[in-house]
Design a protein around this ligand. Structure first.
Ligand code: ADP
Length: 480
């Protein structure tokens, strides 16, 4: 135990305790792979009201106080374990998180940036302060704090404050950007917990705004993002979301590490959600899932009509707006599952209303239905404007649904012509042409089956990427 590298992983989501999207999946899976590499990894999460306390057997450890820029707030510290592992998950309970929501607002986008509500910035800066206090309480002094996304972007700075610097004297920081367009920006008057005189914070002021993503980037020893292509893209004005210059200053310590997926959770051979389990060796059984899905969603049951799935947040980033009436001319069925901005939800609902035999639109978050769609689809759409990594294309491939993706970010790093269909230009006619081609190839059964099998046999596990993170941790520790 003594020589193990101690890692504290911080994020706003951990699947299956609290999930909105890919961030949760990553933080629910990467720690398992790091544990397998013999690290002493522990996690800390807000104790959201929606966490199933019985299922996760949460136990109270203690009450504690969080000192915040001259004020004090009480919280209580609880613990559970990441399911089926010995990885501790510390839970910070406080009135901020008693509601069932993970984010108070999912965030519409304006000028290419997600708009975050002030309440979320306050909740997560409180959580950042409290998480560090919590690990002091359990005497876990990490070698590495690995903070993810803007919610905990202030953590590298907090580690250096007088109240923390002794306990975290030897702690190094890795900050991972999961989505650069979600930055956590607000006017400084809204964040009462921070000391505005600190140097990194001062460096960030623009019109008295603070940007928590910038805090993470400036404060961390190493910055990573979730694919090699996105790591390159974010240094350019097109993808840098206004932070390309700041990122350039960190270029030597900026790395792309590709996300994996939880190959136990997403496994067609064992998946309890499915009408029929299957593998690449008995792929013909997949058809049972397709027929069951068509029936469940009220689409005509026909094994010869290709089914195209789409599971996503319905937001600007994801390119939902490319799917227009013209697509009803294609001989296929589309199934959409997601929630997001009303205008995109309405656009899709409209298609389903006009073309009910071809479009099924499900506006909800439903893990089971998502698995049914991966298993029941022949193809899977990911036409994103930008995509830091993207997990759904990998999950789809694991279930033998051939991905049709736009070549950007992690989509470009995970999909090629051996496993799927790709297009470069972000517009409706490029996607339409690609779909037409995909539907032609679908008719050539052996060729299409080969694509499915190639995808199903690809390695999307975390093994390789966890080693890359471990190497980065080691590099930092050596510097101590
Ligand atoms: P994001 O940008 O949202 O993080 P990713 O592709 O990285 O996108 O990850 C999305 C994850 O969230 C996948 O596991 C996907 O299956 C899941 N997901 C997204 N929307 C829904 C939904 N409405 N119901 C169930 N799962 C969903």
């Amino acid at each position: 135990m003594k020589n193990k590298i101690k890692v504290l992983m911080l994020a706003a989501e951990i699947t299956p305790l609290a999930k909105v999207g890919g961030l949760g999946d990553v933080i629910g899976a990467l720690p398992k792979a790091l544990k397998a590499l013999d690290t002493d990894i522990r996690l800390c999460l807000p104790f959201y009201g929606s966490i199933d306390t019985k299922k996760h057997k949460t136990k109270k450890i203690t009450d504690f106080e969080v000192a915040l820029n001259g004020q004090t707030e009480t919280a209580s510290l609880w613990q559970t374990f990441l399911p089926d592992t010995k990885i501790p998950v510390y839970l910070v309970k406080n009135k901020y998180f008693d509601g069932s929501e993970i984010y108070l607002d999912l965030g519409a986008m304006k000028d290419g940036l997600y708009l975050n509500v002030v309440g979320d910035l306050e909740r997560f800066t409180f959580f950042s302060c409290a998480a560090l206090e919590a690990v002091k309480k359990v005497k876990f002094s990490p070698d590495i704090v690995h903070a993810n996304d803007w919610h905990v972007g202030i953590v590298p700075h907090l580690l250096k404050t007088p109240a923390n610097q002794k306990f975290f004297k030897n702690t190094k920081t890795v900050y991972t950007i999961h989505n650069l367009t979600n930055q956590g920006i607000t006017h400084k008057k809204n964040l009462k917990y921070l000391n505005w005189e600190a140097p990194t914070i001062k460096a960030d002021f623009k019109n008295n705004d603070i940007n928590l993503m910038v805090q993470g980037i400036l404060g961390a020893d190493i910055v990573t993002t979730v694919s090699q292509t996105y790591a390159q893209e974010i240094l350019t004005p097109k993808f840098g979301a206004g932070l390309q210059r700041i990122l350039k200053t960190k270029e030597k310590n900026l790395f792309g590490v590709l996300n994996g997926i939880d190959t136990d959770f997403f496994n067609p051979e064992t998946d309890g959600y499915l009408a029929q389990k299957y593998s690449w060796k008995n792929l013909d059984k997949k058809i049972i899932n397709k027929l069951s899905l068509q029936k469940k969603l009220g689409l005509p049951q026909n094994e010869n009509i290709p089914v195209i799935g789409f599971v996503s947040r319905f937001v600007w980033q994801k390119g939902v707006d490319l799917i227009i009436d013209k697509y009803s001319r294609l001989n296929c069925q589309f199934i959409f599952l997601g929630t997001g901005e009303k205008k995109y939800e309405d656009q899709l609902k409209n298609l389903a209303k006009k073309f009910p035999r071809q479009f099924s639109v499900q506006i909800k978050f439903d893990e089971g239905l998502a698995h049914d769609i991966y298993a029941g689809s022949d193809m899977f759409l990911v036409p994103s404007r930008f995509e830091p990594c993207g997990l759904t294309q990998m999950i789809a491939m694991r279930y033998g649904a051939v991905p049709i993706v736009r070549l950007t970010g992690g989509l470009a790093d995970t999909v090629n012509n051996d496993v799927g269909f790709t297009f470069k230009t972000f517009n409706s006619s490029s996607l339409y042409k690609t779909l037409k081609k995909a539907l032609e190839i679908y008719q050539n059964k052996p060729q299409f089956k080969q694509l499915q099998i190639n995808g199903m046999r690809s390695d999307f596990s975390w093994n390789k990427s966890a080693k890359e993170y471990l190497d980065l941790y080691k590099k930092l520790i050596k510097k101590c």
